[in-house]
Design a protein around this ligand. Structure first.
Ligand SMILES: Nc1ncnc2c1ncn2[C@@H]1O[C@H](COP(=O)(O)OP(=O)(O)OP(=O)(O)O)[C@@H](O)[C@H]1O
Ligand SMILES: [Mg+2]
Length: 266
């Protein structure tokens, strides 16, 4: 117990290292009812309810600190809820964390193959040659062919993010909770990741959730959108309805305006 070795935020969750970018359960639908979570007497998730059906992708949007990452961590069980219900069908679920947090002392190939080498149910399943092939195919998928021997410190932030994405998908999870998978990426790298999210959805028909600030990620990957502000739901609808800006929250979010009901903490 202690500092989470992935997100470095001091959660008491990472005594099992395979929670890092690893499969926890395969989930085909996700329902959240009246979810409440308090940190230091502050309600950071305040009575949120939503349902993501089989084959649907929900985008969770909202300004910084609105509770998006906390919702994902509650769903995959990394933190405990105070009250409410989280109903998921049985199976594996994986999470792509907001920050890359690659292992500095491992090269790119070792970082990506980590779960395949170390997870009890997967180790011994692949030869070294097969592992190298899997690593190389995942790197191609994120547009980073041939960087297997580089160390994280030799990569740009965007490259680290894409390697971390490759690491998350190496076990081919059916369902992923994505925490800002395209933040900080250039438009072409973002498109690669967005295409992967859509392909995975088409192949598996599983439910998934993408936390994002990026309009392209919302419009290209999501079937519906939930907007949070101070832990409360302030909009639920389709990406098209979000873009129609019919309420003061969606208008402020889409136009990225300082004027509106949502205030950013200074
Ligand atoms: N482990 C924790 N202990 C105390 N407070 C926390 C913890 N995790 C999150 N919080 C608080 O909960 C609130 C929501 O945080 P969260 O990380 O969910 O926001 P977010 O919407 O993902 O923001 P961002 O867009 O900046 O990633 C913030 O006020 C944050 O300080
Ligand atoms: Mg976050």
């Amino acid at each position: 117990m202690g500092i989470c070795c992935h997100c470095n935020m001091g959660y008491d969750i990472c005594d099992d290292i395979f929670l890092l970018d690893g499969i926890i359960r395969i989930v085909m639908s996700i329902e959240v009812k009246n979810l409440i979570k308090t940190f230091d007497e502050k309600k950071v998730i305040d009575d949120i309810s939503f349902k993501v059906e089989d084959g649907e992708t929900l985008a969770i949007v909202g300004f910084s600190g609105s509770g998006k990452s906390t919702v994902l961590k509650l769903i995959c069980g990394l933190i405990e809820k105070d009250s409410g219900e989280i109903i998921t069908s049985e199976g594996d679920i994986a999470m792509v964390f907001q920050y890359s947090a690659l292992f500095d002392s491992l090269n790119v190939a070792e970082n990506i193959a980590f779960a395949l080498r170390e997870r009890k149910d997967l180790r011994k399943k692949y030869t070294e040659k097969e592992l190298a092939q899997i690593v190389s195919s995942k790197l191609s998928l994120v547009g980073l062919k041939g960087i297997e021997n580089k160390f994280p410190s030799e990569l740009s932030g965007g490259m680290q993010k894409r390697v971390s994405f490759a690491r998350a998908i190496v076990t081919e999870p059916n369902t992923i909770l994505y925490d800002e998978p395209t933040a900080g990426l250039d438009p072409i790298s973002s498109t690669l990741i967005e295409d992967y999210i859509v392909r995975l959805k088409e192949e598996t028909h599983a439910a998934s959730i993408v936390v994002t600030h990026q309009m392209s990620t919302i419009t290209r990957t999501a079937d519906k959108v939930l907007m949070l502000y101070e832990g409360k739901s302030v909009f639920e609808g389709t990406p098209q309805e979000l873009l129609r800006m019919e309420n003061e929250y969606t208008r402020q979010f889409v136009t990225a305006s300082l004027e509106g009901p949502m205030k950013i903490m200074a």
